[in-house]
Design a protein around this ligand. Structure first.
Ligand SMILES: [Zn+2]
Length: 190
């Protein structure tokens, strides 16, 4: 199912909230509907392709229990009825996006997956392979904007974890996080 760019709180109220002023959004993960088992979704996304996608799939398998716990909680949430996915698939409609809980606007960007710990805390997980923050100015720019969105998430109750291939130096991620003001919950080698 395609997600509209602006869809304040789904159906019901019939009122449209005014968009927030620049920088005013309060972002939360926006989970797409799904009717597939988690392992099938992960396998399909992994089959789609490149090394980055394959690592995302590996990281998601590593976190299967946390993802399933999150999807279970979403299912019980009366505000998000039905089966929802906490792991991004290969198409736009299957992405876990970011939506403002104040004005309802969906912003650019996706989350690789979202996990819930046994204590109920929720974390967005960003998987990083390759050079960080990037090989050229464009890539550095993109990674910086992404971290700013993640900072917004973390300021609004969703923690942020990074997963990197074993042996990766976490220094560059921590350095950019410090510049951007993002507090990372954990960096996990997978
Ligand atoms: Zn907003």
């Amino acid at each position: 199912m395609a997600t509209k760019e602006t869809n304040p709180k789904g159906s019901g109220s019939g009122t449209k909230a005014k968009p927030c002023p620049p920088g005013g959004h309060k972002l939360k993960p926006d989970h797409p509907a799904t009717d597939e088992e988690l392992k099938d979704r992960i396998n399909r996304a992994s089959g789609a392709g490149d090394e980055a996608k394959k690592f995302e799939a590996k990281a998601a398998r590593h976190n299967q229990n946390g993802i399933l716990r999150r999807e279970g909680s979403l299912k019980r949430d009366p505000k998000s009825p039905g089966d929802r996915s906490a792991v991004s698939g290969g198409t736009k409609a299957e992405e876990v996006g970011l939506r403002c809980e104040v004005c309802g606007q969906r912003v650019d960007g996706e989350l690789d997956h979202v996990t819930e710990e046994k204590d109920g805390s929720v974390n967005a997980v960003e998987c990083k392979t390759g050079a960080f923050p990037g090989l050229d100015q464009d890539q550095i720019e993109r990674n910086t904007r992404q971290m700013e969105r993640l900072r917004n998430l973390s300021e609004n109750g969703t923690g942020v974890m990074y997963k990197v291939p074993k042996g990766t130096d976490a220094g560059p991620i921590l350095k950019l996080a410090k510049q951007v003001g993002l507090v990372i919950t954990k960096i996990i080698p997978v």
